[in-house]
Design a protein around this ligand. Structure first.
Ligand SMILES: Cc1cc2nc3c(=O)[nH]c(=O)nc-3n(C[C@H](O)[C@H](O)[C@H](O)COP(=O)(O)OP(=O)(O)OC[C@H]3O[C@@H](n4cnc5c(N)ncnc54)[C@H](O)[C@@H]3O)c2cc1C
Ligand code: SF4
Length: 555
């Protein structure tokens, strides 16, 4: 029964993987829950057809761009992330993989729980809720990836990815709408996947299992309130400084440029689920303005980029349409540590071509830039028409196999909250630490072989060449699970050190490099964290006491 002195029992900040799990599980436990999400709500009707419709693809509300995809540029890394009701699930490629067992014995969370025996059940629940299957639609670029892996003797590592898509049985055409196939009729109608390659533009066919069609859908149906286009800008304890008397949460509308008054919501508990970048930024600002001064000094520490590199091969005039299939259809290992996935954008979504250019080797900095300029001149002299076609945005998605390369080797940076010469009056997130390598030599060699095999040209990201800055869609960490506030921001039950009834459930808590796409792990961790909270009727709010696994098993 909700406490009448508060607007809600729990406010959840952000509706991505962590936030949606928290929304459903807390609602099911009898709590009155609100999810505050700064992004918009998307449906097949209002999603853009291609990424040329920039204002409905890119998120930069101060420029009237109110889409679901964002890029943030730091000195050490460019971070790609989602912003929508359903968080990153609207723009993500829906590849959901379990990390290898050894990730639980490394990093800040090692030894804090019996992860290896606890996590499998939560991975099972997460996979069932998200509808994970082995991809049944292999497109032309998947078949090329297989051939390229075979050419280096790694063909036996080729596998279709595991994806959160609703696909028909093999051999049956997609595009068929059926009543809810996942939740005994409680979920929405769904349509089978057409293999159009458009998953990262949001699925306009209702075939991608985005969070607004599973966790959030059920949470809302069971009474949870989702407040969209609203940004949380402040959180303060009510009464006792440790938050044991509850919190007041201040919000603003995120999609207007007009001056506005902040709104206030009160709650007994709070769950931060704004993603690695979003939660780290919010907690830094709350600590800095002394709304939550007791937050750990470890906020912003150990932000990981999954040791990633985005490269690719463009094959002008290729006979097949390489944009067909699902966004990430298959994967290979080219050596023990290096995992490569075949990625695509849908036909016509060529705007990303402005970030891609001819792959160039050489020492980072001026040498690589000079090599790149020489390369372009050489290409233009030797093959003027082909080079022109390579650099034109037109047909980019049809002619490209994007290769997402990840290594399970550890490397991290830290985030700081500070002013810069270009922002003297306002603090912002700023990266620091060792430079992250922009080049994974084995992956580049593979791309070059792939290009030779297909008659294409190996490509890489322009910021990697010009600024020696890698790009990642898998930013993790910043508010780690750890043994103490000296080493992290939350304990192994996701409770924020220094405050009561305050939790974090999102990618910011991940304490090691996963080496695979992280959303399934974020979902499974949130499932575990929420399973440790008592039901509403039994919560004394003294500190959400941990339930033993045997008590939970009896429920
Ligand atoms: C193009 C692309 C493709 C990807 N493909 C894959 C893939 O195939 N597989 C995979 O595992 N991962 C993929 N990812 C990564 C995946 O999207 C993220 O790892 C995942 O979404 C992180 O989950 P989260 O719960 O940490 O936060 P998110 O899902 O990012 O959700 C956080 C939400 O919080 C909101 N928010 C933040 N701050 C505030 C605030 N102050 N007030 C209100 N709301 C706030 C944000 O708007 C956002 O919607 C991809 C990412 C991108 C960009
Ligand atoms: S391939 Fe097309 S139809 Fe299938 S899930 Fe992705 S966007 Fe939807």
């Amino acid at each position: 029964m909700a406490d009448k002195n508060f607007d809600f029992d729990f406010v959840i900040v952000g509706s991505g993987f962590g936030g949606s799990v928290a929304a459903l599980r807390l609602t099911d436990k009898g709590y009155k829950v609100a999810v505050v999400e700064m992004g918009r709500r998307w449906t097949p009707e209002n999603l853009p057809r291609t990424n040329w419709t920039i204002h409905r693809w890119f998120w930069r509300p101060e420029l009237a761009l109110r889409g679901f995809f964002n890029m943030k540029f730091f000195r050490h890394v460019t971070i790609l992330h989602g912003c929508a009701v359903g968080g990153g699930s609207i723009t993500y490629a829906a590849t959901l993989l379990r990390p290898p067992d050894h990730v639980w014995t490394n990093g800040s969370w090692a030894g804090l729980a019996d992860w290896q025996s606890e996590m499998p059940q939560h991975f099972d629940t997460a996979s069932r809720m998200l509808g994970v299957i082995e991809n049944r639609i292999l497109g032309p670029s998947d078949l090329l990836l297989k051939k390229a892996a075979e050419s280096i003797g790694m063909g036996d590592t080729f596998k279709p990815t595991h994806v959160a898509l609703f696909q028909a049985s093999p051999g049956i055409a997609g595009g068929v709408t059926v009543p809810d196939p996942f939740f005994n009729g409680e979920g929405p109608d769904r349509t089978t996947c057409k293999g159009c390659g458009g998953c990262m533009m949001g699925c306009r066919h209702g075939a991608k299992n985005t969070l607004d069609l599973n966790y959030l859908y059920l949470a809302e149906k069971r009474g949870c309130r989702v407040i969209a286009e609203t940004k949380v800008v402040d959180v303060k304890p009510l009464g006792a400084a440790d938050g044991s008397d509850g919190y007041e949460v201040f919000t603003i509308q995120s999609t207007t440029l007009l001056p506005q008054k902040r709104k206030r919501i009160t709650c007994r508990g709070i769950v931060f689920s704004g993603s690695s970048l979003g939660t780290t930024e919010l907690l830094f600002s709350l600590k800095d303005k002394r709304s939550l001064p007791n937050l750990s000094d470890a906020v912003g520490k150990q932000v990981r980029t999954n040791s990633e590199s985005l490269i690719g091969v463009r094959i002008p005039g290729y006979k097949d349409d390489l944009s067909k299939g699902v966004a990430i259809g298959s994967r290979v290992y080219i050596d023990e540590h290096t995992h490569i996935e075949a990625v695509r954008y849908p036909e016509g979504s060529d705007a990303m071509s402005f970030l891609s250019t001819i792959l160039t080797r050489g020492r980072p900095g001026i040498t690589r830039i000079a090599n790149w300029v020489l390369n372009i001149i050489k290409f233009l002299i030797q093959h003027p028409i082909r080079t022109f076609r390579l650099l034109l945005p037109n047909r980019w998605a049809r002619e490209c196999v994007i290769l997402l390369c990840m290594q399970a080797l550890d490397a991290h940076i830290d985030m700081r909250w500070k002013r810069s010469w270009w922002s003297p009056f306002r603090k912002h997130l700023s990266s620091e630490g060792m430079q992250i390598p922009t080049y994974i030599p084995q992956a580049n060699e593979f791309a070059e072989k792939f290009a030779r095999m297909t008659g294409g040209t190996a490509m890489s990201m322009l910021p990697e060449i010009l600024f020696n800055v890698p790009g990642t869609a898998h930013c993790l960490g910043g508010c780690l699970i750890a043994d103490s506030p000296q080493n992290g921001v939350i304990d192994s039950r996701h409770r924020v050190f220094g405050y009561k009834n305050m939790y974090i459930c999102d990618g910011s808590v991940v304490g090691a490099n996963l080496g695979v796409n992280p959303s399934l792990t974020i979902t499974a961790l949130a499932e575990r964290a929420m399973s440790l909270l008592p039901i509403a009727a039994e919560n004394t709010w003294r500190d959400a006491p941990e339930l033993s696994l045997s008590t939970l098993a009896k429920r």
